[in-house]
Design a protein around this ligand. Structure first.
Ligand code: PLP
Length: 458
């Protein structure tokens, strides 16, 4: 039995266009229970080749019912992981080329396109040309890499070779920073106790006085402060830490200054919003995820670093089997992060930037922010609700003026309806509903419709 690739790809490509066209017909959240999918999948793989038709039927009948529709315009939960037509096209090509771009020689175009496209992105976001860029798989990896390089730098790259007793190293972030900071602290071995969580003010921004006090106390105890994270757009409420002040503190105490702009960094494509990120260009490293809010299919995390030599010094290893006759200036991205093998991610970012153009991307981001404003105005104009965090972009934190139980009940009802998907957080002890208006296909009518649907569920 031999499957015909040409016939199969036509089926798949037709399906892609139909899926995109009909996506609003699906319930955003799947209603399967844990194990429903598993029990439909044979415990042991087939011995013989199967016709594509069988695989395809099972994909439709078994897999599709358990899909959460992340590209549904009314997927408002977490942060989006938005895709787009150019990104899909590029992913199809990448899968066909099957390139593994660990070294320049393993695909010169993969490396050189990544260099150029990261320069484009740096420029689009208004970052200083002192930064060098590399694409990682996730913001969690980017932040971990930043923390590892910071640790190496402060130990003069000794822990790289001799190992290090980590007990004295301390890092700082706000209590609203993303959990990837905790994960990084655990992985590099300083432990979560030595990641100091600085409290936040009523706008969920890091308290600078407390930061200074904590660093001073640590120094008195003989600790070694080495890393300071400022968040541009926290996960809970999209708050912005005072990056300018944080940068001054990092300079004063000799700390690595990392900016986690994983989600909201994309907003910096709008020059009129760049004042919100004052100080970002003083950072040692920045992460922005085009796979969240720049229409580039997961995964694509843009990591910018001021001192690329420190990064390469940290991660470069050259076993005999990887040696090539490269000239010195050749970039081998395997030395810029954790994995050896690398996906050809720059192609999708290149397709996206060219397909929309700078202005097209700006228009989309602006329209999302306008929709955020619109939704916020609906909430503010209804006495039963309150907006509970400052809105900078397209992320609105709102709640019923009532108990946590009432808000949880409403959230569950909304999500169970399948009409949209929202997630929650807790701010000042209160359960808060988060709505993130950032889907590629989101239109104003979806926002109006969603608000009316929420009201109908009261
Ligand atoms: N930083 C922030 C502010 C986030 O909101 C998130 C995820 O939502 C992350 C980092 C982690 O992103 P990733 O899934 O790319 O690791």
């Amino acid at each position: 039995m031999k499957n015909d690739f040409n016939e199969s790809i036509k089926i798949v490509s037709d399906w892609i266009t139909t899926y995109r066209k009909d996506i609003e017909k699906y319930s955003v959240l799947s209603d399967v229970q844990f194990g429903d999918i598993l029990k439909k999948l044979p415990e042991i793989a087939e011995e013989q080749a199967e016709p594509f038709q069988n695989i395809w039927e099972d994909f439709n009948s078994i897999i599709m019912p358990g899909i959460t529709h992340w590209q549904h315009p009314k997927f408002f939960g977490y942060f989006p992981s938005n895709s787009s037509p150019p990104s899909i096209l590029a992913e199809m090509i990448v899968a066909s080329l099957g390139v593994q771009g660990m070294s320049w020689i393993t695909s010169p175009s993969a490396t050189e396109l990544e260099i150029r496209v990261m320069e484009w992105l740096r420029n689009l976001l208004g970052f200083s040309n002192q930064f060098s860029g590399v694409i990682q798989d996730s913001a969690s990896s980017s932040t971990l890499i930043a923390m590892i390089v910071a640790r190496e730098k402060i130990t003069d790259f000794i822990s790289n070779k001799k190992g290090l007793s980590n007990e004295k190293l301390v890092a700082y972030c706000s209590s609203e920073a993303h959990s990837s900071l905790d994960k990084a602290a655990k992985i590099i071995g300083i432990g979560s106790d030595n990641l100091r969580k600085i409290s936040v003010n009523e706008n969920q921004e890091m308290n600078i006085e407390e930061l200074i006090h904590t660093i001073e106390e640590d120094l008195k105890k003989g600790m070694k402060p080495f890393f300071l994270n400022g968040t541009f757009g926290t996960t809970g409420s999209n708050a912005i830490d005072p990056l300018n002040k944080i940068s001054q503190i990092s300079k004063k105490y000799g700390l690595w200054f990392h900016v986690d702009a994983a989600y909201a960094g994309s907003a910096l494509i709008l020059p009129e919003l760049r004042h919100l990120a004052n100080g970002i260009n003083e950072a040692d490293s920045i992460v922005v995820n085009p796979h969240k809010w720049l229409f580039t299919t997961f995964d694509c995390s843009a990591f910018f670093i001021r001192n690329k030599d420190a990064l390469i010094n940290t991660f470069s290893i050259l076993p005999e089997y990887l040696k090539t006759n490269d000239t010195k200036e050749v970039i081998n991205y395997r030395d810029w992060g954790m994995g050896l093998g690398r996906r050809f991610r720059s192609l999708k970012l290149w397709f996206v930037i060219r397909w929309y153009g700078k202005q097209g991307l700006q228009n989309l981001i602006r329209s999302h922010i306008d929709m955020g404003k619109k939704f916020e105005s609906f909430v503010k104009n209804d006495d039963r609700f309150e907006v509970v965090a400052q809105r900078h972009f397209n992320h609105v934190c709102f709640r019923l003026k009532g108990s946590n139980e009432e808000n949880t009940k409403l959230l569950n009802k909304i999500n169970k309806s399948g009409k949209m998907f929202l997630t929650h957080t807790k701010l000042n002890g209160k359960i808060v509903l988060r709505i993130v208006l950032a889907q590629t296909s989101l239109k104003e009518e979806h926002v109006i419709e969603s608000w009316n649907e929420i009201l109908d569920m009261l």
